[in-house]
Write a protein that binds this ligand. Structure first.
Ligand SMILES: Nc1ncnc2c1ncn2[C@@H]1O[C@H](COP(=O)(O)OP(=O)(O)OP(=O)(O)O)[C@@H](O)[C@H]1O
Ligand SMILES: [Mg+2]
Length: 229
């Protein structure tokens, strides 16, 4: 599903070149649930952003189902990201002025009417139906018309998961999705991700510091000094 080859990423700062990723090689099968661990500042988020095509690497390749992602131009890359990958962040990044339901519909609305090749343009009705189904499945239906500020942390994160799933991506990338939740709520959220992996076969890459959660994944990869151990 995902193949990463000799991936390097440097940031160029006034103090000089900061080499963060120093040659990452990685192969993730469809339906796998992989945890990424490692000390703060080691480059986990940087890697996830590149896997999610939110940022380009300095060198190296990322292949999704054999296709070289970064050979795409920015426009096609944005289309690929929108339709193929779901992202869940540590802080939900929901839009505060919109209801939970509107937030979940958003990726579908962005893609309405677009003619970029590879877009699965959905109708407005289809987006509403999918969103309703997700709110039901994730146990937040009764909160769908609340704004993010009127939801608990766990509910907000469930809404963020629903938003990541609305376009039915094959891959979901999650950067410390439970990092901002109390232990119990974090476990519940993680259980939900495990269920989505098992029932829907979604491939997950999850950055987490929590060992009791990461050991429930199929594999745990530890990042040390810009590489996997
Ligand atoms: N845009 C940027 N410009 C310059 N340096 C950056 C940039 N983004 C990240 N860095 C640096 O790259 C390194 C890796 O950052 P990253 O956010 O990937 O770490 P992390 O492993 O996710 O850490 P944490 O567990 O604290 O979230 C850090 O030293 C950080 O300061
Ligand atoms: Mg991080």
């Amino acid at each position: 599903m995902i193949e990463v080859r000799d991936l390097k990423k440097s940031f160029f700062t006034p103090a000089g070149e900061l080499k963060v990723l120093k040659g990452i090689n990685l192969s993730i099968k469809a339906g796998e649930m992989v945890a990424i661990a490692g000390a703060s500042g080691v480059g986990k988020s940087t890697l996830l952003h590149i896997l999610g095509a939110l940022d380009r690497p300095t060198s190296g390749n990322v292949f999704y189902e054999g296709g070289d992602v970064f050979s795409l131009d920015d426009y096609s890359l944005a289309a690929f990201r929108n339709t193929s990958i779901g992202f869940v962040f540590q802080f939900h990044h929901l839009l505060p002025e919109f209801t939970a339901f509107e937030n979940v519909m958003m990726p579908g609305l962005i893609n309405l009417g677009s003619r970029v090749q590879g877009f699965k343009g959905l109708s407005f009705k289809e987006i509403v139906e999918r969103a309703e189904k997700l709110f039901d499945e994730l146990g937040i239906y009764a909160r769908k018309d609340h704004r993010p500020g009127e939801l608990s942390g766990g509910e907000q994160q469930r809404v963020a998961v629903a938003r990541a799933l609305i376009l039915e991506p094959k891959v979901v990338l999650a950067d410390e999705p439970t990092g901002n939740l109390d232990t119990h709520t974090g476990e519940e959220l993680f259980k939900l991700l495990l269920e989505l992996n098992e029932k829907k076969g979604i491939t997950f890459v999850i950055v987490t510091h929590n060992e009791s959660l990461s050991k429930q994944c199929h594999r745990v990869l530890e990042m040390v000094d810009g590489r996997f151990k």
